[in-house]
Design a protein around this ligand. Structure first.
Ligand code: FES
Length: 149
């Protein structure tokens, strides 16, 4: 696939998650809540996680933000549900590395194993948008830390 076609595909994936977010809403019952703002624009995410025996059993989010921040939240919830906390954090680190334009494959995961997240690769070329893309992931890392306390 040519670079331009890939770019168009990625843009479509991002807009699909923005317009039809996965796991948007509120969790019922016991759960962890983390609310974070993007300090540069004031947009926010309210992330809820249900973690049991070290497994992320469910995740939902609410909030307002740009297409990058909201699609990233949607993709993040999709990929972490069912994973153990250690793997969820590992994937979050991979995502941060991807935003810094670094090599992201690890012994456990390759970028192509992570589905739609790949679509956000291009954000690394726009430093001002990196905070948009990483907002939901930071909230997730803080949430699973709360679970440890
Ligand atoms: Fe506010 Fe992206 S511009 S989160």
């Amino acid at each position: 696939m040519s670079f331009n076609n890939l770019d168009t595909l990625y843009r479509q994936v991002i807009m699909d998650h923005y317009k039809n977010p996965r796991n948007r809403g509120k969790l019922e019952g016991d759960h962890i809540t983390v609310e974070l703002n993007n300090p540069t624009c004031g947009d926010r995410i309210d992330l809820q996680l249900k973690v049991n025996d070290g497994i992320v059993e469910d995740a939902k989010f609410e909030g307002e933000g740009c297409s990058i921040s909201m699609s990233s939240a949607s993709m993040m919830t999709q990929v972490i549900i069912g994973k153990n906390v250690e793997d969820a954090v590992k994937i979050s680190k991979m995502f941060s590395d991807m935003m810094l334009g670094e090599e992201v494959d690890t012994a456990d995961y390759k970028l192509e194993d992570l589905g739609d997240i790949q679509a956000l690769q291009g954000v690394s070329k726009f430093p001002a948008r990196i905070k948009c893309a990483t907002l939901a992931w930071k909230a997730m890392e803080q949430g699973v830390e709360k679970e440890d306390e």
